[in-house]
Ligand binder design. Structure first.
Ligand code: ATP
Length: 255
């Protein structure tokens, strides 16, 4: 589904990512972990078109997507959520999700300005679809709430809902469990499993919560100073001497 091939990213003299390669298979749940500054966010930004790699390629469904704009990459079927929740605080939950449909708009500006029938029809379809997504995530009862009025865990779900509105095949989640309490983290794990089993999404996520990673990831890649130091099963990562030395030794592995 996704293939990152020998990607390097330099910022001036800083090598943020060095010769990183990995593949995410269809319907896989793949985790990206490593200490702060290891290059995880840079890698996400390269995959989503925010940054161009200095060298190397990114393929999605066998197509070279290196250097495409973020909008084009969403159109290809990759959507993401952010480490810091980025919801529009003055909008309702439903309106925040409707923004995700922006890429699929099939009426033109003239039609929307004069509110012609096609505009209303599209609006209705999008609202129905958005409500379906909210229902899937168990937050449809909050559709008309101001987004910021929701609990932290539910705000993260709204972000996932907005990403789902673009109808992606691959979903990138940047530290989805950050700031969540144990109950919210358990619910999030169930949500991710449901995204795969019922919506057929492939998931790539960045996370520091090792308990969460062990619970949901099929495979994990560990970055340290921009280089891959481990790729394999989460249980094997927990026992890997290099990973323990570079990363696990410094964090609370219980999450
Ligand atoms: N726009 C930029 N300009 C210069 N240096 C950058 C830029 N973005 C990232 N870096 C550097 O690249 C390296 C990797 O940073 P990155 O944010 O990708 O790490 P990370 O693994 O996502 O860290 P965190 O877990 O803290 O989010 C760091 O040394 C960082 O300072």
């Amino acid at each position: 589904m996704l293939k990152v091939d020998k990607v390097t990213k330099q910022f001036g003299g800083v090598v943020a990512i060095k010769d990183v390669s990995f593949e995410v298979k269809p319907l896989e749940i793949f985790a990206l972990v490593g200490p702060n500054g290891a290059g995880k966010t840079t890698l996400f930004n390269i995959i989503t078109g925010v940054l161009e790699p200095t060298s190397g390629k990114v393929y999605f469904k066998d197509e070279d997507i290196t250097g495409l704009s973020p909008v084009k990459i969403v159109e290809k079927g990759i959507a993401r959520t952010f480490q810091n929740i980025r919801l529009f605080s003055s909008l309702t939950v439903l309106e925040n999700v409707l923004i995700g449909f922006h890429n699929h708009i099939e009426y033109n500006f003239f039609e929307s300005l004069f509110r012609l029938p096609r505009f209303f029809k599209q609006e209705k379809i999008h609202k129905e679809k958005a409500m379906e997504i909210l229902k899937f995530l168990g937050i449809e009862q909050y559709a008309d709430y101001n987004a910021k009025a929701l609990s932290y865990g539910n705000q993260r779900k709204v972000e996932i809902a907005r990403a789902l509105a673009t109808e992606p095949d691959l979903l990138l989640l940047d530290e989805p469990a950050a700031g969540m309490n144990p109950k919210e983290t358990d619910e999030l794990a169930d949500t991710v499993f449901k995204l795969r089993s019922e919506m057929e999404k492939t998931i790539l996520f960045i996370e520091h919560d090792m308990k969460f990673v062990q619970k949901i990831a099929d495979r994990v890649m560990v970055l340290d100073y921009g280089k891959t130091i481990f790729e394999g099963k989460p249980a094997d990562m927990m026992k890997d001497e290099t990973v323990i030395k570079a990363y696990l030794g410094d964090i609370d592995v219980e999450g």
